[in-house]
Write a protein that binds this ligand. Sequence first.
Ligand code: PMP
Length: 382
Amino acid sequence: MRIYLDHNATTPLREEVQEAMLRALRDRFGNPSSTHAEGAAARAALERARAQVAVLVGCEPSEVLFTAGASEANSTALYGVLPQVPADKRHIVTSTVEHPSVDEPLAALERQGWRITRVPVDGEGLLAPEAVLAALTPQTALVSLLWANNETGVVQPLEQIAPLLRERGVLFHTDATQRLGKQPVAFHRLPADLLSASAHKLNGPKGIGMLALRKGVSFEPWLRGGPQERRRRGGTENVVGAIGFGVACELAKPDLEARAQAIARLRDRLWEGLATKVPCVRRNGSARYLLPNTLNVEFAGVAGEALQQALDLAGVAVSTGAACASGSLQPSHVLLALGRSPAQARASLRFSLGWGVSDAQIDQVLALLPDLVARVREASAE
Ligand code: PMP
């Protein structure tokens, strides 16, 4: 039996999600825009899913816009609000530890003449609220910050930052993809204007995500071509995907805190075992402001890729960083932003736990790791 510790890359489908999707594939094939009974049934299922997502996000159903994932939600957020910005307010504040789906659109905007300020994080990967405020200028149109980091699991103090941005009248977008389903999200209470998330990070299907768009925010569609999603995203809706997302959100809500505590206990056991059994290891990122499921560890002197592959051969799936960056020899920009050297960044592995991970599996990983690390260290030193 394989042991899957890469839940920040993606998660397995919960059985209830799979069953709801299979039923919908058969019975909810109608086009939600059609005015006959089949269309109406698909529309009702889509709207039910929207309401389920809205409950977990803490917004109104009418503020939920379904997208093909968080990457699309991030681009939809940025390219949806920025065309409304007057030419003399073309300044955006972000951080040095963003996901590429925010980083790259911002870099493209920079090439088109927008000014982008990337606020650095400290050695624990945390943003100081004062540093974000200090980066604001009268020209700042938007602040976009990742809530929980996909590589380190570090959670930014957005509850402190967001109200200050609202006071100053600056639009605020957060990529909450890694947070949703792991820790509470309250869109309006935060408060945020735009928030992105993706179903496949919380035991839902791939290819469906959402953007919460606060009522009253001036927005134009990025994906044009139809009246769908209240004219905010053209294209026939992914009804089956949305149904899966809705069920995943409904399952995540009731015991969120208890599940978070149980996963954090397993994660802490993994770290304590590692720290006692494997020499020269250290954690990357804050151990306090952290997702309950994530552990990023530097194994000094190890080639991270080699250790990841050795673990894979032994039946354990982990990652050297972001799934999309795995397989590239580039050191993680997130770990470099924490002040790690390229060699230290390359010697780091991400363990991300989730649904289905057991004490027995953590024991097995702890039994395997000391030998594997020693072997890879020897090979790396040759
Ligand atoms: N943002 C973050 C923080 C992520 O971890 C991911 C997934 N790697 C994305 C955005 C992109 O999500 P999707 O795969 O749904 O496009």
